[in-house]
Design a protein around this ligand. Sequence first.
Ligand SMILES: CC(C)(COP(=O)(O)OP(=O)(O)OC[C@H]1O[C@@H](n2cnc3c(N)ncnc32)[C@H](O)[C@@H]1OP(=O)(O)O)[C@@H](O)C(=O)NCCC(=O)NCCS
Length: 165
Amino acid sequence: MIGPARSDELDAICVVVQAAFGRRDESLLVRALIADGAAALSLVARDAAGRIEGHVLYSHLLATSEEGERVTAIALAPVSVLPERQGTGVGAALIAEGDTACAELGITLSVVLGDPAYYTRFGYEVEAARDLVCAYTGPHLMAKALGDAALPEGRVMLAYPAAFG
Ligand SMILES: CC(C)(COP(=O)(O)OP(=O)(O)OC[C@H]1O[C@@H](n2cnc3c(N)ncnc32)[C@H](O)[C@@H]1OP(=O)(O)O)[C@@H](O)C(=O)NCCC(=O)NCCS
């Protein structure tokens, strides 16, 4: 079952994130993004007993068109599933629910850095990120217009939260 993370679940989430990646870096990123107020949405997946088995975080991006107009954008990162539960659809459910929830928050653009073989399953495209300008521009940067929104036209400058640095 997917639902919003409670504020008292951060330690349990970080255990899952660290186990998924097999190192601490991404759990420290999650902590920093939440501490900095950069997180837009934090969702957990729970097993039948209510234990957290997966997590996804979405963070606010400062996105600006060349005309200086703001684009409401978020960064999807990181997605984490306990190793023993990987490959059972938990990650897919987290991303599907998370993208829908972000659209309902009025966010029009989601950006992810990762393996296109995975994220294209959810509508993310490398081509859609072609005009996004940021430190991660390249073959692993993907974007997706959320809900009924269209992709922004022209170049869009993205500033990631400081914790990504
Ligand atoms: C990546 C991750 C979130 C996917 O979640 P999951 O619950 O295991 O994935 P799902 O069950 O929804 O989907 C499984 C499918 O995705 C594929 N897949 C999983 N990780 C993948 C990756 N990094 N690249 C390409 N394909 C991947 C699997 O091969 C499987 O393919 P199949 O459906 O053809 O059998 C999870 O495996 C994980 O936590 N990995 C370690 C942390 C990580 O790399 N996070 C992503 C970077 S932010």
